[in-house]
Ligand binder design. Structure first.
Ligand SMILES: [Zn+2]
Length: 280
């Protein structure tokens, strides 16, 4: 895991629909210099992909600068973390990253297609020194320091639905393990859709970019990609959200019933006290 900083070899562009806005979005990934981190460029503003700029938001992860917001960044951030990209500039034509097929597949494939450029400087890591926990009723997220310089996520979900029920997945950060989760798509319950539409969200949502669960059935043709695709997607999201730490975190995460809000609250709690971590 202790490797050099990394960017992409050359720029790559693609486009897709924003899940919540329903708008067509063009996105260009460009190589960036050493120590720049992951930055978005939208409406003439450069917004760093950082917990410092993150906002708690319904159903997605959002960052902002002044009055410019960018939402649904989590699947792209997950792909960048999974592939170990540390420096990148992302130019985007709308305030929402395209949903594509609801997983990180197209982000990963577009980047793999052009390849990486290893940079001549070691990357940095956030190494946890203390156990940090954030709880909200029955949901919780916890990170425990590790001596082994690893990043693991032990994720549990427990739904009343017959189809999802209880699922658990243990992820041990590496490209090999990332390959087990990056195809997992976002999902929703049919009974929640009306509420989501009423909030003006998911205008671009369709069976092309989300799994829709109705009772014990999947409405998507072709069904699931994995029997436990739901928890795998939650891991994918968690990886993306926690990459807002700016540098790869080292620690063992355990979480149950969580989501974007809990992931972000954990980051805020880690960084509120400098004694919680070392930058190595
Ligand atoms: Zn997601």
């Amino acid at each position: 895991m202790f490797s050099n900083q990394k960017t992409i070899l050359k720029e790559v562009s693609f486009s897709g629909i924003g899940l919540h806005s329903g708008e067509l979005v063009n996105i260009t990934l460009l190589p960036d210099d050493i120590d720049t981190g992951i930055n978005f460029f939208y409406k003439k503003k450069k917004i760093k992909a950082s917990w410092k700029n993150a906002e708690i938001s319904q159903l997605c992860t959002k960052i902002k600068k002044d009055n410019v917001y960018l939402s649904t960044i989590e699947h792209l951030m997950s792909a960048l973390c999974g592939l170990g990209v540390t420096n990148l500039l992302i130019k985007i034509s709308s305030g929402e990253v395209p949903i594509l097929d609801g997983s990180a597949k197209d982000f990963v494939n577009n980047i793999l297609k052009i390849g990486f450029k290893e940079q001549k400087k070691k990357r940095k890591f956030i190494k946890l020194k203390k156990t940090i926990t954030f709880e909200d009723k029955k949901k919780f997220i916890k990170i425990v320091p590790t001596n082994e310089n690893k990043f693991t996520i032990d994720y549990t979900i427990d739904y009343k639905d017959e189809l999802i029920k209880k699922q658990q997945f243990l992820y041990n950060h590496s490209y090999e393990d990332y390959k087990k989760i990056y195809l997992a798509r976002t999902f929703c319950l049919q009974q929640d859709l009306e509420k989501i539409f009423a909030m003006g969200l998911a205008k671009g949502g369709s069976l092309e970019n989300a799994i829709v669960v109705s009772g014990n059935k999947i409405l998507n043709q072709g069904g699931l990609r994995y029997k436990d695709e739901f928890v795998r997607h939650k891991v994918l999201d968690c990886i993306g959200d926690l990459y807002l730490s700016e540098h790869q975190i080292l620690g063992e995460v355990t979480t149950s019933g969580g989501g974007h809000e809990l992931n972000l609250m954990l980051l805020k709690k880690i960084f509120e006290d400098k004694d919680n971590f070392d930058v190595i």
